[in-house]
Design a protein around this ligand. Structure first.
Ligand SMILES: NC(=O)c1ccc[n+]([C@@H]2O[C@H](COP(=O)([O-])OP(=O)(O)OC[C@H]3O[C@@H](n4cnc5c(N)ncnc54)[C@H](OP(=O)(O)O)[C@@H]3O)[C@@H](O)[C@H]2O)c1
Length: 287
């Protein structure tokens, strides 16, 4: 079904909500309404296409909405939360943009290929890929479980590798490939070791990939946020711990997902082309 590649994994939301959201998207697709300007001011149409992994919520959702506002047709991706992914698509469409959502677990290379296939089928190609899907499990070395360590490797490191490999094969010349590192690669705090290693890999991926893409005018950048207000960073933390992060930041607040989406949009703009093979630390100065 167009726009809905379903790679079965554990469901986390009520089936009824999933079906309602899926039905709305399906009806829109069946009616050829994907991309229809339903309301609001239409974004500038430049015919470019962006695929953002892990964009049902958090930084990915803010990035998908921002790129749609900048005129990209956008593929929204989730692992489990299909209702949230469908909601991001509805928001984009309501603002006059074009989007589809595809459920695909990035740790499955076949699912990643289908994610790109669906994007090309819906929009005819891809110009920007943001490898954003990620998870964080924290524990001191002594207590880190095989399961948590393994899943971070599978999603953050292998998954992003699969996305970047597919991006190299498919992104059109002149495009952008962005991958999400973290400022933890500089902060190096206790309990973050395993997670930080998977994020450090993104900085190496971006640097090597930029060189491999010689001659294609595709810029590749790792972006390394500081603490951002999403469930990934706030779940399990006390209000005092979060206030502590804000206090350590010169701007006296933690980042919002839109802070990161704005930087990604700048990197994807024509003005961002010369930043290539680098890691951009977008952290409000916490490091
Ligand atoms: N938040 C921070 O402070 C911070 C700081 C530095 C770097 N980062 C990086 O920024 C990225 C986004 O983080 P966030 O804070 O926005 O996270 P988040 O709010 O927890 O959202 C994670 C997103 O990734 C998706 N996802 C998780 N596992 C996936 C998988 N196997 N396949 C496909 N999608 C998957 C989730 O989909 P479902 O909704 O379906 O679960 C969700 O859309 C991550 O790579 C993270 O490491 C975050």
């Amino acid at each position: 079904m167009p726009g809905q590649t379903e790679i079965p994994r554990r469901a986390e939301i009520p089936r009824r909500a999933v079906l309602t959201a899926a039905a709305a998207t399906t009806a829109a697709l069946a009616a050829g309404a994907v991309g229809a300007q339903t309301s609001g001011q239409a974004p500038p149409a430049h015919g470019k296409v962006a695929l953002v992994t892990g964009s049902s919520r958090g930084i990915g959702a803010a990035t998908a909405k921002r790129l749609a506002r900048d005129g990209y047709a956008v593929t929204v991706n989730c692992e489990k939360n299909r209702d949230l992914a469908a909601g991001v698509v509805h928001e984009i469409e309501a603002a006059g943009g074009r989007a589809i959502w595809v459920q695909a677990d990035v740790s499955d290379s076949g699912a990643v290929r289908r994610l790109f296939d669906e994007t090309e089928r819906a929009f005819g190609g891809v110009d920007v890929v943001v490898s954003n899907a990620g998870i964080m499990r924290l524990a001191p070395f002594a207590d880190m479980t095989d399961a948590d360590f393994g899943r971070m490797i599978d999603v953050n490191q292998k998954g992003s590798f699969y996305v970047l490999r597919e991006a190299v094969r498919r992104v059109r010349d002149g495009g952008r490939i962005i991958t999400l590192s973290s400022s933890i690669t500089l902060l190096r705090s206790p309990t973050y070791g395993a997670y930080a290693a998977t994020k450090g890999a993104q900085e190496l991926f971006a640097n090597v990939l930029a060189k491999e893409l010689e001659g294609r005018m595709i810029s590749v950048v790792a972006i390394a946020p500081g603490v951002v207000n999403t469930t990934l960073s706030t779940d399990g933390k006390t209000p005092e711990q979060i206030a502590g992060f804000a206090e350590r930041t010169p701007h006296k607040r933690i980042g919002e997902p839109t802070d990161i989406a704005d930087v990604i949009a700048a990197l994807c703009s024509a003005d961002g082309a010369w930043i290539n093979g680098q890691t951009v630390f977008a952290n409000g100065g916490i490091v």
